[in-house]
Design a protein. Structure first.
Length: 134
């Protein structure tokens, strides 16, 4: 017989990283729900949520989103480890900033750049503008 993976019914840790994207149309709570769906009942989740979201788009502040994430986790019965981190940031002001809008327009005109590179440049621009505003 071929060797195969056997699920063991024992306690264990599972590291789950989720990077939020302010340009993704999917609600961050839905993203998190999908990522955590089907996790083993004895898994203790080390959840790391990073990236950026647009509070105007989802109708929640950073604090409200953190509270809703905690409610979601509690409602699913998932065991969250104390090492979990919520580092996501609201970028509504930056996305609506005139300088950022012009940057995005120029970036979209650049046809030679592949999508991954454009996304990296957008993230760098957001980080730079957050430092400027911070």
């Amino acid at each position: 017989k071929e060797p195969r993976e056997m699920p063991l019914n024992t306690p264990h840790y599972l590291h789950v990283r989720i990077d939020l994207d302010p340009f993704n149309d999917e609600n961050p709570l839905d993203q998190i729900r999908k990522k955590l769906k089907g996790t083993h009942e004895q898994a203790k989740i080390i959840l790391e949520i990073g990236g950026y979201f647009n509070s105007a788009k989802i109708g929640m502040t950073e604090t409200q989103l953190k509270q809703e994430i905690r409610r979601l986790i509690e409602s699913t019965g998932i065991h969250l480890d104390s090492k979990s981190e919520f580092k996501h940031k609201d970028v509504q002001e930056i996305i609506e900033d005139e300088l950022f809008v012009k940057f995005l327009e120029k970036l979209q005109e650049e046809e030679i750049l592949e999508e991954n590179r454009k996304n990296e440049l957008i993230k760098l621009a957001i980080q730079a503008m957050m430092r400027r505003n911070g």
